[in-house]
Design a protein around this ligand. Structure first.
Ligand code: SAH
Length: 461
């Protein structure tokens, strides 16, 4: 993060704008919206600034910039077309530690102005840190369409009740109260313009002494194979409401970055043969956290019910009477296959697909090789890297042709994704020579050949 996002109170504060053109006028308008007292320093003013002056919204001085002009200013903006003047303003302001913005010159700025979406009193600010203002504006446009116009009034309503709710509920309960109020029927009433009814509903909820917001709960959430874009909306919402997140090694950092900032994060590990926490301890941990009244998100790679031991975790929760829900995720097979351009089934090549774990108990793999080694079937091995020799050998021994196409996908759907393609016979050797990093997925079957036609969609390595 190159800039610290903050919201500055400049009400009634003197601010200086150097420059009198259209750009200066836009910055001026922004300062005025935030209640500043603006002085414009420029030889002449554009029409918009002239109008501001006529309406006594700004003060105007016809002079060239001198350091003394910064005296007592809360903020300075340089918006002239003369780069020497802009630089002089920036240097003088920085020397006096006055926040300064130079239009279109991020290197000279001590602060930059984000793109904003305003639903007063609510303001959303978007910034690319100066890297791409156009991208920030595009994102802003998308957010505009996402945030209902009534959000400002909803924020006002919440502001009006803030103290009473604070007095009525303990902190954890309070947050839950607001989350229910702000995204349930009360919010919907505000969005449809029925503010009075929303107020009544809020009053009623506040008066209802039976309400309890103290119970904890656990959500078993599938985080997908790595790319944060593959999260479900529900996963994201729960991650942003969580008090504590218990996560696996497979959950990628970009996904963890989407967890509510204040949430506690507990690493539950699970590396091959090096479990950070034994499964039984994880089960008990979830129970304990929920009993403490917390909203627990158990974040797992891929889908919780596919080689995720999700079944065992909810078994314990059910036995202990803890409320829980399971949120499906995109499993590694689905994510890796599409990002590698390998359809798992295909009318001409495969009518079935099987997901198998290649995790070996004491060095042996007890799989039904005969049923796996079927024609027109795709086999996807999870956790197959260590046993790759055994599984390729057994499949061949049980009738799969040595020339059957095979692929290994490393760190699928992430920027580090790598795809190795070979045959059943040559894959183990290729993998040995290629210093592969976990996690990896192995796909075996004719569908792998389709990758040559479809790989154009692979994200840049
Ligand atoms: N519940 C998970 C699977 C957990 S088992 C899911 O539904 O995807 C862990 C195995 O999943 C890893 O050993 C690897 O085989 C596979 N895997 C998970 N994420 C992967 C990724 N991004 N790329 C390749 N393989 C992955």
């Amino acid at each position: 993060m190159d800039f610290l996002p903050i919201f500055l109170d400049i009400r009634e504060q003197p601010c200086l704008v150097v420059g009198g053109g259209e750009v200066a006028a836009r910055k001026c308008a922004l300062l005025l919206r935030a209640g500043a007292r603006v002085t414009v320093l420029a030889p002449s003013l554009c029409a918009a600034l002239d109008a501001d002056l006529a309406a006594a919204r700004i003060a105007h001085r016809v002079a060239s910039f001198r350091q003394e002009d910064l005296e007592g200013m809360a903020v300075a903006i340089a918006a002239t077309s003369d780069q020497a003047v802009n630089r002089a303003v920036a240097a003088a302001a920085r020397a006096r530690r006055i926040p300064v913005n130079v239009v279109d010159q991020p290197a000279l700025c001590s602060f930059i102005l984000p793109s904003i979406i305003e639903r007063a009193p609510l303001v959303v600010a978007v910034s690319s840190g100066g890297a791409s203002p156009v991208l920030a504006r595009l994102l802003r446009a998308r957010l505009e369409s996402l945030i209902p116009a009534g959000y400002g009034r909803l924020a006002e309503l919440a502001g009006a009740y803030r103290d009473r709710v604070k007095a009525r509920f303990k902190p954890a309960e309070r947050r839950r109260f607001w989350e229910r109020a702000l995204q349930g029927p009360i919010a919907e009433l505000v969005f449809s313009g029925r503010d009075a009814e929303a107020r009544e509903a809020l009053e009623a909820t506040l008066e209802d002494t039976r309400l309890s917001f103290s119970g904890g709960e656990v959500s078993l959430v599938g985080a997908g194979p790595g790319d944060p874009d593959l999260l479900t909306f529900r996963a994201l919402r729960l991650m942003q409401q969580a008090d504590v997140v218990v996560y696996d090694r497979l959950v990628s950092q970009p996904i963890l970055n989407l967890v509510r900032l204040e949430a506690e994060r507990i690493y539950a590990g699970k590396e091959r043969a090096q479990h950070a926490l034994p499964q039984e301890d994880i089960n008990q941990l979830l129970v304990r956290l929920a009993r403490e009244g917390k909203r627990v998100v158990r974040l797992k790679g891929g889908d919780p019910f596919i080689f995720g031991r999700g079944g065992e975790e909810i078994d314990t929760l059910a036995a202990e009477g803890i409320p829980f829900q399971v949120v499906p995720g995109i499993t590694a097979a689905a994510g890796c296959a599409s990002y590698a351009g390998i359809p798992l089934t295909h009318r001409d090549y495969a009518q079935s697909v099987v997901f198998v774990t290649g995790h070996m108990q004491d060095g042996s793999m007890n799989l039904n090789w005969r049923s796996l080694a079927q024609p027109r079937q795709t086999i996807v091995f999870y956790m197959g890297l260590v046993g790759i020799d055994v599984l390729c050998r057994e499949l061949a021994a049980h009738g799969l042709p040595a020339a059957t196409p095979a692929a290994l996908i490393q760190q699928g759907t992430t920027p580090q994704q790598r795809v190795l393609t070979a045959t059943l016979e040559s894959l183990p050797d290729l993998v040995r020579r290629s210093s592969v990093k976990a996690p990896t997925l192995i796909i075996i079957g004719e569908v792998v050949t389709l990758r040559d036609r479809l790989k154009w969609f692979e994200p840049a390595a």
